[in-house]
Design a protein around this ligand. Structure first.
Ligand SMILES: C[S@@+](CC[C@H](N)C(=O)[O-])C[C@H]1O[C@@H](n2cnc3c(N)ncnc32)[C@H](O)[C@@H]1O
Length: 452
């Protein structure tokens, strides 16, 4: 956001800037609301039940033994809307997510003046009529350009159109409070002449933004060849607590359905968990992400093993003269651990190692964003080994990037040697997933192309 935008964003007052918002339903009531929400998708005899969790708050538990790969549930969204990231194409219909024909924003915007992009087929739908009426009442300031800040609040505004049990369900979801989340409401407010400013309305918006930030999934899907990114609340899937090596994983069937499957055998009574972070991130990267976005410090078994099951995803090279040993963090419960070389046993302060890690991350990410697949393979094989151990998570991410690009686009253009490199990267990633005990996880399915 530019400085002028910041200056223009009005400060809205918060009534309750607390740590965690009050949850208005007991665990039993939550379970009943979830049954209503699942409707026809609720299995006759679910393999799971909702109960209080020793990890945190409420969770989902196996009500019988579950086999690896078994589908646990599928669920439609409670609330969904465009992420409106600037990197996405905003000329996407807010209802069907199809790309709207034309090349300019005015061609995509609803002619009634609500400021929402909507396709010809959805313009007269009852759903758009409701949203259109509300947005027009608030008077969008921008008439000729799609305003991402107004578009992003749409998923939150849709909470107005929930029925009573759905609203109760929304209020039964955990919502971590964070003053920063109010910014989203403030930014949206700056886009309208008459954005509501009554306290109860602002609190309602704020709570919903908090519920989104605590529970929402970002789902990328393909609608008629057009890549769409939405953020969506799935109240049942949102109840899954986090473990860094979880026993369940999710994928999306379309922009509005999530499917959750067991990645390993789960015994009756065990808690079903998923990972909120990327499986192949190092412990420190996961800890930072979970702390910043979900407000907790994970204490799972993987987080307590500095070698991460012998995968050495965090490892960097020792910079001591004559030593090229692997250096890994010593302590596991802090974001600023000491690091020790496994060969010369020298100990290094975190600040120094963090600089090395940042250097590797920036160097490799710059290449990912600017290089052809061929150059990337050369970079990974010839240059990276000079400054980054092959097990480091950033290098593993680079190998995954090559796998995605080579399997998704124009396979025919690659030589047998390039294909052999890709196969080797794939084997490396599969070996790491195996060491981590990740089972039949989504990443494994994706790189072995079980999910097209
Ligand atoms: C999507 S919710 C999970 C469901 C939540 N337990 C509930 O009762 O609604 C995410 C929140 O659950 C808590 N949580 C999930 N996994 C956790 C873990 N491994 N350790 C500590 N807290 C966790 C954190 O407060 C996090 O912000």
């Amino acid at each position: 956001m530019s400085q002028t935008e910041q200056e223009q964003t009005p400060k809205l007052q918060l009534q309750q800037p607390m740590q965690q918002m009050t949850i208005s339903a007991s665990t039993q009531e939550l379970a009943e609301l979830l049954d209503i929400h699942l409707g026809a998708l609720r299995p006759k005899e679910p393999a799971w039940r909702v109960a209080d969790s020793p990890i945190s708050g409420r969770g989902i538990f196996a009500s019988r033994d579950i086999e690896a790969g078994e589908e646990l549930f599928r669920e439609h969204t409670l609330l969904v809307g465009p992420t409106a990231h600037r990197s996405t194409n905003l000329r996407t219909c807010t209802l069907c997510y199809r790309l709207i024909p034309g090349t300019t924003d005015p061609e995509a915007l609803c002619p009634a003046g609500c400021g929402l992009p909507v396709c010809l087929a959805c313009r007269d739908s009852p759903r758009h009529e409701l949203e259109c009426k509300l947005f027009r009442k608030w008077r969008p300031l921008e008439q000729n350009r799609i305003e991402p800040r107004a578009l992003r609040i749409l998923s939150v505004v849709r909470c107005f159109f929930l029925d009573e049990p759905q609203r109760k369900l929304l209020y039964a979801m955990q919502a971590n409070a964070d003053r920063y989340y109010m910014k989203e409401v403030e930014r949206a407010a700056a886009c309208f002449e008459h954005f509501p400013r009554e306290q109860d309305m602002l609190d309602f918006f704020y709570r919903t933004v908090c519920a989104f930030n605590t529970n929402a999934f970002e789902s990328r899907s393909n609608v008629d060849g057009h890549e769409v990114l939405v953020r969506a609340l799935y109240p049942l899937a949102g109840l899954l607590n986090h473990q860094c090596t979880p026993n369940a994983a999710h994928h999306f069937k379309d922009g509005e359905t999530i499917v959750v499957c067991a990645t390993e055998r789960i015994s009756k009574g065990a808690e079903i968990t998923m990972s909120y972070a990327k499986l192949l991130w190092s412990t420190l990267a996961r800890k930072m992400f979970l702390g910043m976005t979900k407000h907790f410090m994970c204490q799972c078994v993987r987080c307590q093993d500095p070698t991460e099951n012998g995968t050495y995803l965090s490892a960097l090279f020792c910079r001591e003269q004559g030593c090229r040993g692997l250096v890994i963090p010593v302590q596991t419960r802090t974001l600023q651990p000491d690091w020790r070389c496994l060969t010369c046993e020298n100990v290094f302060p975190h600040a120094k190692m963090a600089r090395y890690q940042d250097f590797a991350l920036n160097t490799i990410n710059n290449r990912i964003n600017s290089c052809s697949v061929q150059d990337m393979i050369h970079f990974i094989n010839e240059l990276c080994p000079r400054f980054c151990p092959p097990s480091n998570y950033v290098l593993i991410e680079a190998k995954l990037n090559v796998i995605w690009r080579m399997t998704r686009f124009d396979r025919d253009q690659y030589t047998p040697e390039e294909m052999a490199h890709m196969d080797r990267y794939r084997e490396e990633v599969l070996a790491i997933l195996h060491k981590l005990g990740a089972g039949e996880c989504t990443l494994k399915k994706l790189i072995t192309e079980e999910i097209p």
